[in-house]
Design a protein around this ligand. Sequence first.
Ligand SMILES: NC(=O)C1=CN([C@@H]2O[C@H](COP(=O)(O)OP(=O)(O)OC[C@H]3O[C@@H](n4cnc5c(N)ncnc54)[C@H](OP(=O)(O)O)[C@@H]3O)[C@@H](O)[C@H]2O)[C@@H](O)CC1
Ligand SMILES: [K+]
Length: 487
Amino acid sequence: MRTAYTADQIRAAELALMATLPEGTLMQRAAAGLTSVCASLLGRVYGSRVLLLVGRGDNGGDALYAGERLARRGARVEAILAGSKTHAEGLAAFLEAGGRVVEEVGAPELVVDGLVGIGASGALREPYASLVAEANAVDALMVAVDVPSGVDSSTGRVAGVAVDAHVTVTMGACKTGLLVDPGAAKVGLLEVIDIGLGPYLPDPDVAALTAEDVEGLLPRPGAESDKYRRGVIGIAAGSDRYTGAAVLSVGGALRAGAGMVRYAGTAPPVQQVRARWPEAVVTELDHPSIAGVGRVQAWVAGPGLGTGDWAHELVAGVLATDVPVLLDADALTIVSRDRGLLRRAAPVLITPHAGELSRLIGVPGDRVEASRLEHARRAAAELGVTVLLKGSTTLIAEDERPVRVNLTGSSWLATGGTGDVLSGVGGALLAAGLTPYDAGSCAAFLHGLAGRIASDGAPLAAADVADAVPSAIRSLRGESRSGGRRS
Ligand SMILES: NC(=O)C1=CN([C@@H]2O[C@H](COP(=O)(O)OP(=O)(O)OC[C@H]3O[C@@H](n4cnc5c(N)ncnc54)[C@H](OP(=O)(O)O)[C@@H]3O)[C@@H](O)[C@H]2O)[C@@H](O)CC1
Ligand SMILES: [K+]
């Protein structure tokens, strides 16, 4: 499990650790780690040109001490001192080692962003903002110290300009804002430097499952398994107009290992599902009721269903059952108009994108996008459901639990129909007995991995993602042995 923490949590842990150590030890550990990452990026340190962007706080101190170490190894290190003051001991050590203070960005090979770290708040002020814009435009490796300046370390918010890092060297433990978009997109490769914080860290703010975690959570059939024990999933999806959503959702469920899929819909999608998935047990509905569908262990409702009275009645019927329900797409529009439908004893997992979440909680979509973590948490608490907020980093929020962040996604997945596949994968895992929190997290992980496998760097169609889910499950063993991958 990769864990991440807010700035306040990190600060408290650092204070506790610092109390046990001689002054300055932590900054020296941080500088040593930062230096070694910079050195390996440069290849040859001697004669290389390095520019430090130095702010007024300890983030600038880290940069200056790393600059000192690089200068001692023969690098030509320059520093722009952008703050109203500068870390005095760090500056003295830097100058003593031959570092130079400059005013211009020039033409460095590597830039170290030590403007602000966990002490920052809000949009970068001047002169930092202009300096960052200028440094981003230079053809150099950009290494962010602790956090790319401009990214809020606790939330991932980017309120203005931010450093576009190739590598972020973060101290002690990962920060929440490095895993959550839009901040996560600024991080590049993430290197965590061990400064001894581990024993002082509290429960994480957010967590990301690794392949090993998913491998451990996924049910695998044993000798005594039959289709009922593996999980029977009911799917109410598709309509006369949108038949494909039904095919894709059923495909996601079957490929994710459902024991059996019971599909319910009108004649046109039924015909398509029968043709593509003869394995599914199909009920053709002539009125909006699931009464004749048979017993299932979980339901998926919504993809391509429509939002009229017919669909409303069908979704209400699904939510009136006593099994876990996954709601997606049109079902989310229906419950945003009639939130009382969500009052039920069995759990609900909702899988909105930012626009759907904005309708559910009555917040403009751009605000949800800017503060995804905050709004996923808020929706989970307000609606009393588990929320899987889709996007470039998918979040899984449940009240009183660390938000799970999925790191396996691929931008090629942003294409029509992939959400329908995800609903089927999540539904199959719910039917197999996983909690909505685990089912949502594992479904997001597998869906992202399947997207990468199906795409392999090129466009994909949603059906390819469903077809790649078994390969994703198969690859978990190899992935967990290699420690998983960052997206
Ligand atoms: N603690 C430890 O043990 C260790 C800490 N370590 C390192 O220290 C870093 C934290 O250092 P820190 O607390 O000094 O804060 P930091 O982020 O450098 O700067 C804060 C200053 O920036 C300013 N500022 C704020 N917002 C701004 C904005 N929007 N735009 C512009 N300016 C803004 C604000 O100035 P003010 O507004 O007060 O004038 C404030 O004073 C941490 O990230 C890690 O790198 C490591 O060495 C490991 C050990
Ligand atoms: K920084």
